[in-house]
Design a protein around this ligand. Structure first.
Ligand SMILES: [Zn+2]
Ligand SMILES: [Zn+2]
Length: 148
């Protein structure tokens, strides 16, 4: 939002400088508040741009769908061994580049519900990814299909 009053004042000063034969090109002095706001918006735009770029790279590498149910809802990259790892949105550029270029066999893309289910199986049933994929997943899918 532009401060009309200050802009008017700037125009007035510009006119006075012009009249006085002084250089007219000066910048409007911003308040601390405006500078903070400006930095905040710039950072937000930057993060949004980076998020889109990273999403595109992730989709290229891991596909557009959940590895279990083919859903597209709220996709996550899950580490197959179940250990925690940084979300790619929180990674530094260096970390993300490393992540996107490494062997993707350790990771799998899952939708929100499947990701929750996989962690549930890992935590409560001590199942590993291979077990879940081979045993549990066909059952889950069957249940969903027949609403059992
Ligand atoms: Zn899914
Ligand atoms: Zn996970």
């Amino acid at each position: 939002m532009r401060d009309q009053k200050r802009h008017k004042e700037y125009e007035h000063q510009w006119y006075l400088r012009k009249k006085a034969g002084l250089p007219t090109k000066t910048t409007i002095k911003l308040t601390d508040e405006e500078i903070k706001k400006h930095i905040f918006i710039t950072k937000k735009k930057f993060r949004e741009k980076r998020r889109i770029e990273r999403t595109n790279k992730i989709r290229l590498k891991f596909g557009e769908r959940c590895n279990i149910c083919n859903d597209t809802y709220y996709l996550h990259i899950h580490k197959k061994d179940g250990t925690k790892h940084k979300t790619w949105t929180d990674m530094t550029n260096e970390e993300f580049d490393k992540f996107i270029n490494l062997n993707s066999n350790d990771y799998v893309q899952l939708c929100y519900n499947c990701h929750k289910a996989v962690h549930w199986c890992m935590y409560y049933l001590s199942m590993c990814w291979e077990e879940i994929k081979n045993k549990a997943i066909p059952t889950i899918l069957l249940k969903n299909k027949y609403h059992m």
